[in-house]
Every structure is written in structure tokens, then in C-alpha cells.
Write a new protein. Structure first.
Length: 410
């Protein structure tokens, strides 16, 4: 048994509803707090530090000095950190007036990264993931979803997902793989969208199960990607085989979120183009609305209507969308703080969006809170006020990060 503390403030993120707006007064803030951790790396008890010392006299104590705030380990529930190359030229072209779709049609965009990712070896992809994951760990992010989607052949998608699996062995946080073979129709595929997806179903899905490479399936529903008619059967087959579904939805046009709801997806991500109709549909579903402010910052488009979604009663998570094209920044805390400014989100809504509600977007029930039975994943900040974390918009970074009860920053 081990006790870590005392913390000037500890945000447990306990007892918050999964859906709807939140006020800061709803946050469970424990003062002079301690965390008792068992040998399995799970939380045994959270409470007053001095009382924990009395209750567990044989526990090893990791005593902290000075003002400290603890929050649950952050969760980035939507990233593309497995890729090769760069898309710096895309950024320059966008700022010169080219649209996302224009760039894609001219050979940039997703296809540019596909070409560069195919040239990379599996080991090169693995090391890239590890390096990026370590950057995220230093920001207090202890769980990271990682998508494929830049391979777009059976073997290249497998290369990416095997790289993610190997990276998970070399990183200290948890990586959750998602298969995004339905990212865009590859330019070198001799067939239509339906034929491509059928190939993935028949030749890729079984290997994913056999090698335990992914339990989540994603698709980009958009004009330059896949439409509802071909995506619904693809998702239905994936569900029959036991995959959870998530959707790139409503980024440039609407329609994707409706597909997500129809298929019972765990989340609909992006939503920058969502109207009140989509807001209400999502609010009346169990599908999490995931805002990706990194894409807004990269593309210069509208923010996900997070305020409207919350007020309508939706569950809103916030993720970085770290990718080489539209979202290269990758700093979840900065992005969450920025969307809070533009969408007028409370601290409670922001922290829930990157902890407990993000955990729900991934359907992970043992992370996202500092509570008995949860994994002992938490980030420690040198401050006496949790509000400083969002106020400083990512400038205040953790002084320590714990994963499954162990301090992991060198």
C-alpha cells in the first residue's frame, strides 16, 4: 500500500452526470487530500491525508512539499499520432487561401500522408508514436486513442495497427487503437467505395480480431470520403464482429452524426458543421459528442458547438485530433482552454470533457476519476488553485504524473 499527498486540492471528478451542462460548484474538491494506492496500481481510498496516514500505518508514504493540485490523468480520446512525414505545405496552402478540399484534390491532404506513411517502416512508425506519446505524457495525458487510416490497404493498415500495438508496450500510458481504414478511398484502388469497404471487411477485420489489434472501428463520412449508403453496411458488419463504432462526423457538412446515432456509435467526433438539428439528435442519444478544437485551430473553421450541445443535454468530450494535416498542435490542455473561451465552458465542463466524459467516449470505466477502484492515474500541478490549469491555457504543465500508481516522469 502507498499513500501520495498531501494535495492542497484534489479534483476527483466523482459524482458528475455524464450528460448536460455542469457548474463549477458541482466539482468535488478535496482539500489536504491523499490518495491511497494498492499493489495492483488501483486506488484504494481517497480522503483527508492525515486520516489516511492513521488508517494505513504500514503504507509507504510519498510526501509532497508545497502547494499541489491533483486531477485525474487526462484522456485524449481522438488522435492520429501514427503517421509518417509532414504536411507543412498544407498549412501554407490553406493560409494562402486554398480550402481543405482544394488541397486534397491537388494531391495534398490525407493522401499526402498516406504516401509518406506507406514509405515508413513499422519500426519508424512505432518510434514516432512513442515519441509523440511521451510528449503527451508530459502534459498529464495518461490514456491516448490512436487511429490507423494512413495505410489504406490491408497490409498497410495492419502495419499501422501493429506499430500502435508495439508502441503500447514501450509507452508508460495506455494507447487505445482504432481502425480507420475507411478514412478516404485510396487513389490507387481500382474499384468504388463499396468495393473498397467490402475488401476491408473480408480481409482486414478477421486479422484485427486474430491479432487483437483493435476493438474500435471508425469512418470519415464526408463528400471526399464515404457516404451513409456504403458506411452503414460496413459499420453493421463491424458491430456484428464485436467492434465499437466511432465516426468522423459533420466536419464540413452534416450527415455523419445522424449515421453515428443510427448505428449506435460510442462517439461522433468533429461536429464543426453541426446545426441545431444535429445538436438535438445527439443530445437525445447515448453517442458522445467529441469536440476537436485542434482541427478548428488548424483549419480556421468554426468550433464544435459545445455550448449548445451541453445546454441541450449531450455528453461532450474534448480531444486534440493530433494529426499531421489539420491538427498538428496536439496540446490538449491548450485546446480545451481555448474552446472554453470561445464556447463559454465552465471549468467543470472542460475537466469532465478531458477526463470522465472522455473515458465514457472510449467506454473505459476504470479511468477518468480519482476514486476507489479506478486506476491510479493522476497529474500533479504546482499550484494552490485548480483554476490556474485552464487559466494558463496549457502553460502550466504537470510537475509529476502517475500511471497505475507509479510516478512516470523522469
Amino acid at each position: 500500500m502507498k499513500i501520495v499527498g498531501p494535495f492542497t486540492q484534489l479534483l476527483s471528478m466523482q459524482n458528475l452526470p455524464l450528460k448536460g451542462s455542469l457548474q463549477d460548484e458541482q466539482l468535488d474538491i478535496i482539500k489536504n487530500a491523499g490518495i491511497c494506492i494498492n499493489a495492483d496500481g488501483n486506488i484504494e481510498k481517497v480522503g483527508d491525508y492525515d486520516q489516511l496516514i492513521q488508517d494505513y500505518p504500514d503504507a509507504k508514504v510519498e510526501k509532497l512539499e508545497g502547494n499541489k493540485v491533483a486531477i485525474p490523468g487526462l484522456i485524449d480520446s481522438h488522435t492520429h499520432i501514427c503517421f509518417g512525414g509532414t504536411r507543412a505545405m498544407d498549412f501554407a496552402m490553406r493560409n494562402a487561401g486554398k480550402s481543405y478540399m482544394d488541397i486534397a484534390r491537388e494531391g495534398g491532404g490525407i493522401w499526402s500522408t498516406v504516401v509518406q506513411t506507406r514509405k515508413a517502416t513499422q519500426e519508424e512508425l512505432t518510434q514516432g508514436i512513442v515519441d509523440r506519446a511521451n510528449e503527451l505524457l508530459a502534459l498529464g495525458i495518461t490514456t491516448v486513442e490512436v487511429k490507423s487510416g494512413y495505410g489504406l490497404t490491408v497490409e498497410e493498415e495492419l502495419k499501422m495497427l501493429r506499430a500502435i500495438k508495439e508502441a503500447n508496450k514501450r509507452t508508460k500510458q495506455t494507447l487505445i487503437p482504432t481502425c480507420l481504414a475507411a478514412h478516404t478511398l485510396p487513389k490507387d484502388f481500382e474499384g468504388n467505395h463499396a468495393e473498397y469497404l467490402k475488401l476491408m471487411q473480408e480481409e482486414l477485420f478477421p486479422v484485427l480480431i486474430e491479432e487483437n489489434l483493435a476493438k474500435r472501428m471508425d469512418a470519415f463520412i464526408e463528400e471526399e470520403a464515404f457516404d451513409e449508403a456504403v458506411t452503414i453496411p460496413y459499420f453493421q458488419k463491424a458491430k456484428e464482429m464485436g467492434f465499437d463504432i466511432t465516426v468522423h462526423a459533420d466536419q464540413f457538412s452534416t450527415g455523419g452524426s445522424e449515421v453515428a446515432i443510427k448505428i449506435g456509435a460510442v462517439s461522433a467526433d468533429h461536429l464543426e458543421a453541426s446545426t441545431q438539428k444535429e445538436v438535438e439528435m445527439l443530445a437525445n442519444s447515448d453517442t458522445v459528442a467529441t469536440a476537436l478544437p485542434g482541427a478548428t485551430l488548424g483549419l480556421g473553421c468554426a468550433f464544435t458547438p459545445a455550448r449548445a450541445l451541453l445546454d441541450a443535454g449531450a455528453c461532450v468530450s474534448i480531444a486534440s485530433d493530433w494529426n499531421p494535416g489539420s491538427g498538428p498542435q496536439g496540446n490538449l490542455l491548450s485546446q480545451a482552454s481555448i474552446i472554453a473561451t470561445f464556447q463559454k465552458l465552465s471549468n467543470a465542463e472542460v475537466f469532465a470533457g478531458i477526463t470522465s466524459r472522455a473515458a465514457y467516449a472510449l467506454r473505459e470505466d476504470k479511468i477518468g476519476q480519482i476514486d476507489k477502484g479506478f486506476e491510479a492515474n493522476f497529474a500533479i500541478f504546482d499550484t494552490d488553485n485548480y483554476q490556474e490549469i485552464t487559466y494558463q491555457q496549457g502553460r502550466l504543465i504537470p510537475s509529476a504524473v502517475y500511471v497505475k500508481g507509479e510516478s512516470v516522469l523522469n
